[in-house]
Design a protein around this ligand. Sequence first.
Ligand SMILES: Nc1ncnc2c1ncn2[C@@H]1O[C@H](COP(=O)(O)OP(=O)(O)O)[C@@H](O)[C@H]1O
Ligand SMILES: Cc1ncsc1CCOP(=O)(O)O
Ligand SMILES: [Mg+2]
Length: 288
Amino acid sequence: MSPDSPIRERIREACAMVRQKTPLAQSFTNFVTMNLVANAQLAAGGSAAMSFLPDDIVDIDDISGASYINVGTLLPSYRETLEKIAQVFFERQSLWVLDPVAAGLGATRTAILRSFANYPPTIVRANASETIALCGIWGISLGPDSHGGMNRPAGVETVDDVDSAMPYAIELARYLRAHNSTHTAAVAVSGECDLITDGERSFRLPGGDAMMTKITGAGCSLGGVTASYLAVSDPLIAATAASLHYNRASEKAGAVAKGPGSFQAEFLDALWQTQPDEICASDIIESR
Ligand SMILES: Nc1ncnc2c1ncn2[C@@H]1O[C@H](COP(=O)(O)OP(=O)(O)O)[C@@H](O)[C@H]1O
Ligand SMILES: Cc1ncsc1CCOP(=O)(O)O
Ligand SMILES: [Mg+2]
């Protein structure tokens, strides 16, 4: 992507707006990484609120710029609760991000994710295996020889690479645009070289530090920060800006950290310190 692409100015503007407006993006997320989600949203410039009760979620939605649902840890009540919340978001045309953590693993998680097909999010943020598995659960395939779907549960970590998930991500983004209530969407597939697509345009985002795979919550917190950006920009720009912010910050953290513990602390500092001009100047490889 050329240095003078209009996309870069939209990314810079989104980064500036998150800092200026401190948008609230609420989260219904897992217990393992909830604290990092909130701290990453604050370090990126946003504000956070975590809730698990449908009526509370709706009240917070009234004052939120976007919301985030992450299915990493489940309780028995979630089977009904999460479908109801997604339906309310759909009816209210609320903007929201889904992280389908461990998609394909377990009957309850699969039933919850399947229910979201009727009330889909604005953005799906996932690793490659979760992206492929979610397409299988929602009946989105690439044709007779595609392998995606429920037969590839990977747990929390990916067992696929971003390149193999790319055709699925493109179809998934097209599904979101056709079926969600705002008809705008993006899919962010994280990995060694991230992919962001709206079903028409696709960006590959090289860089970032591999130590991100050694802290739990790197992906979950990226989902939360993506929601912070969605509160101030359109889905394609929000997903791109959040992922670029993460990559530039993780590179800074990787340069000074001595292991995963100091890396996480250095990463939060770097999220806070990394500026819009640096983020929008990132290497972005566009493919159509
Ligand atoms: N090999 C890697 N090198 C650099 N950055 C990576 C690598 N793998 C993942 N990341 C980054 O870590 C963050 C979380 O991605 P990932 O680990 O794929 O999500 P999840 O934790 O949901 O599986 C993203 O910002 C992604 O770009
Ligand atoms: C370990 C674990 N178990 C259920 S959720 C979770 C955290 C996953 O975090 P991430 O997807 O960001 O690695
Ligand atoms: Mg994850």
